[in-house]
Ligand binder design. Structure first.
Ligand SMILES: NC(=O)c1ccc[n+]([C@@H]2O[C@H](COP(=O)([O-])OP(=O)(O)OC[C@H]3O[C@@H](n4cnc5c(N)ncnc54)[C@H](O)[C@@H]3O)[C@@H](O)[C@H]2O)c1
Length: 257
């Protein structure tokens, strides 16, 4: 396992103990990093605070990623408290419930806007806020989470698939933009995991079933497996990897017929 001792990290996207971002937070904490966790609303603050209590000296900050002001304030707070940043994990995503059950043809302008804003644009806005902090530490690593629904059709994934395509493209453009400052940008494309976000997708369990049947490893993946791959990309072992979408999906992506 890569050593993150002495590293400072920001993790956006912890909602509860099932969150993929929480798995990454636990692994990064165990590898020696000090973490800042965010909560998007007062309603979720209590959850995140309870979880964070098991981490080593965590920092808790508010950030609704739809607000430019809150993103800017997050940057200011991180500068004041940490003075710099080594890595940032982006695990925020959202689409309205109807958009994840209605036929894709019925996607609304507002539903499209919200899904792309929260799930894709936020990576750009947050990266802009943290890049100067990373530069101060000689570089850094940014990681987001995506799903193969960006490239292939999964029933009910709908506008979230479009958002993930935008997110993956943003990873490549950001990597090219901030690479000269020694900041890397990557994504992990995870297999399906039962989380709060997944619960919003109608009939999600049938996606899980397809992985158990067809993935080369004949199973899905769990939070800790995504977290282990994340630690590789966040830490020194991944130092030459950028602009990449790493498939952590029990091999599902290679299967045709
Ligand atoms: N669960 C899966 O099967 C799976 C598979 C591949 C990729 N992913 C991706 O992993 C990431 C994490 O999702 P998860 O499955 O752990 O579910 P999750 O519900 O635990 O995490 C989603 C997070 O997004 C946050 N969020 C939503 N709107 C926000 C806003 N306006 N401001 C700030 N935060 C906001 C939520 O608070 C939550 O913490 C998402 O990008 C998701 O698309 C999930």
């Amino acid at each position: 396992m890569s050593d993150l001792s002495g590293k400072l990290g920001l993790i956006v996207g912890v909602a509860n103990k099932r969150s993929i971002s929480w798995g990454i937070a636990q692994a990064a904490n165990a590898a020696g990093a000090r973490l800042a966790l965010t909560y998007p609303s007062a309603r979720l603050e209590e959850n995140v605070r309870e979880l964070a209590a098991s981490l080593n000296n965590p920092l808790l900050l508010p950030c609704d990623v739809t607000s430019d002001q809150q993103i800017a304030e997050l940057g200011v707070s991180l500068e004041r408290e940490f003075g710099g940043l080594d890595f940032f994990v982006h695990g925020a995503a959202f689409a309205q419930k109807d958009e994840l059950s209605n036929p894709f043809l019925q996607t609304t302008r507002e539903g499209f806007r919200i899904a792309l804003d929260v799930s894709a644009y936020s990576l750009i806005g947050l990266s802009r806020a943290v890049a100067p902090l990373m530069e101060r530490r000689g570089g850094g690593s940014i990681l987001t989470l995506t799903f193969i629904g960006s490239e292939r059709v999964f029933t009910n994934y709908n506008v979230m698939g479009v958002a993930k395509a935008a997110l993956e493209s943003s990873v490549r453009y950001l990597a090219a933009d901030v690479g000269p400052r020694n900041i890397r940008v990557n994504a992990i494309s995870a297999g399906p995991i039962k989380t709060l976000a997944a619960a919003g997708i109608a009939d999600f369990s049938s996606i899980l079933g397809v992985y158990r049947e067809r993935a080369p490893l004949r199973r899905g993946v769990d939070q800790s497996e995504v977290a282990d791959a994340a630690i590789f990309l966040l830490g020194p072992a991944g130092r030459a990897v950028t602009g990449e979408v790493l498939m952590v999906d029990a091999g599902f992506h290679v299967v045709g017929f």
